[in-house]
Design a protein around this ligand. Structure first.
Ligand SMILES: Cc1ncc(COP(=O)(O)O)c(C=O)c1O
Length: 400
């Protein structure tokens, strides 16, 4: 038996966990609670979910849909997902063979990466990126290869990437590209020509596209959401990830999904089964009801967020932030140079503790934290009163 000293010297932890930190976004929510700050950090709505969906969930529990659903998802929900992909994007999906319902799109992403990546495979990721993709890559053994999204130069410009830089990121070890459109944190909505360019590289280098489309319905200014899987040549090499969290304002329900060709779906289903067995059964039934809402629901959702965006941005601009106007999703990335702080983390700490508003430091969206040192992100998925309160507190900020 090992003696006490040698046991005590073991740290018991895997090398993998040392390679990423806890979520900064979720930590900022805890700080907001600690300091009584307005939480514009984490992307969850502070207003009610649609009544019809809540009723559907209540009815499902009352009808005793309380045991495990089939591991890859309740049939009603899978059918509704297939119907929606056809209706919105013209993509034919076999709900029996190509859909895996998971515990949120978060689980759909990690299950997909675990299903497709071998140690050393490279995964191309645009940065700034949704912070989960970094740890996802580490956990699945993949090596992230970051490609920069450059901030808009002027108010009417968009976040862009350099075609040559993107091409340089692709080579024979590239397994996949993770694409998030509409994008968190930038609000960028990838255009058809940008997607075609990415498509051409995927075909040339035999690469899989894993697209996180969770903000599909939250788009502004006449932009169009285009699913990568709808492009010629991509149906067989795309995993489309989506979920209920953002579209139906139910981030705590934990229902998401991955849609992929049969072979890839089989692999995702295996991983998913042993990770979580299945997503909450009654909430999957409510999901089927949610996905059957009339199309007017989605127009109203997007317009509601457009109003919130146009509420928060002027308040941020007046306070001294340079705002990068989002075309989709419900975040605004900002430049904080005007305030003269050492970096984004020092600024975010000051903002939550002294001003009473929580944001997310830009560095948590970059591979190299220095790249985000002059940026912070605000979420505007909040009630008008919450945004008013934040705006009022921000008037106390001083520029240098
Ligand atoms: C781009 C993106 N993907 C996924 C998620 C998480 O989604 P879910 O609640 O379905 O796990 C978020 C949440 O903020 C997100 O911004």
């Amino acid at each position: 038996m090992a003696d006490a000293t040698s046991t005590a010297s073991k740290h018991f932890l895997s090398d993998k966990v040392s390679r990423f930190t806890e979520s900064v976004i979720r930590e900022m929510t805890r700080q907001a609670m600690l300091y009584g700050a307005v939480n514009l950090a984490q992307g969850f709505p502070d207003f009610p979910a649609p009544a019809e969906i809540k009723q559907a969930a209540q009815q499902a529990v009352a009808a005793d849909i309380n045991q495990y659903a089939i591991t890859w998802g309740a049939k009603n929900l899978r059918n509704a997902i297939a119907r929606q992909m056809k209706a919105w994007q013209g993509i034919e999906v076999d709900p029996e063979k190509e859909v895996t319902v998971c515990c949120g799109s978060t689980e759909a992403m990690i299950s997909t990466l675990l299903a497709v990546c071998n140690a050393g495979d490279e995964v191309v990721i645009f940065e700034p990126f949704y912070e989960n993709y970094g740890p996802d890559a580490v956990l699945s053994g993949a090596k992230p290869k970051f490609v920069k999204l450059h901030p808009p130069a002027g108010d009417h410009d968009e976040w862009t990437f350099d075609e040559k830089e993107l091409r340089r990121a692709f080579h024979r070890h590239t397994k996949a590209i993770i694409l998030n459109t509409p994008n968190n944190p930038t609000g960028k909505v990838f255009t058809r020509s940008e997607l075609e360019l990415i498509r051409d590289l995927c075909l040339e280098f035999d690469v899989l596209a894993i697209t996180d489309e969770i903000y599909e319905h939250i788009i502004y200014d006449g932009t169009e959401h285009i699913s990568m899987a709808s492009l010629d040549g991509m149906r067989d090499r795309t995993v489309t990830i989506n979920g209920m969290s953002k579209t139906y304002s139910v981030t705590g329900w934990r229902v998401g999904w991955a849609v992929a060709p049969e072979k890839i779906t089989n692999a995702i289903r295996k991983v998913h089964d042993f990770l979580t067995v299945g997503a909450p059964a009654p909430l999957q039934e409510a999901g089927a009801a949610a996905l059957s809402l009339p199309s007017g629901y989605y127009a109203k959702l997007a317009e509601g967020y457009r109003v919130r965006r146009d509420h928060l941005i002027p308040a941020l601009s007046t306070a001294g932030f340079r705002c990068f106007r989002p075309r989709g999703a419900y975040y605004v990335m900002t430049d904080i140079s005007a305030f003269g702080f050492k970096d984004d983390v020092a600024f975010a700490e000051y903002l939550v503790q002294e001003i009473g508003v929580a944001c997310v430091p830009g560095s948590s969206f970059y591979g190299d934290p220095r790249d985000g040192a002059k940026q912070v992100r605000f979420a505007f998925c909040k009630k008008p009163d919450t945004l008013d309160e934040a705006a009022q507190r921000l008037t106390r900020l001083r520029q240098v």
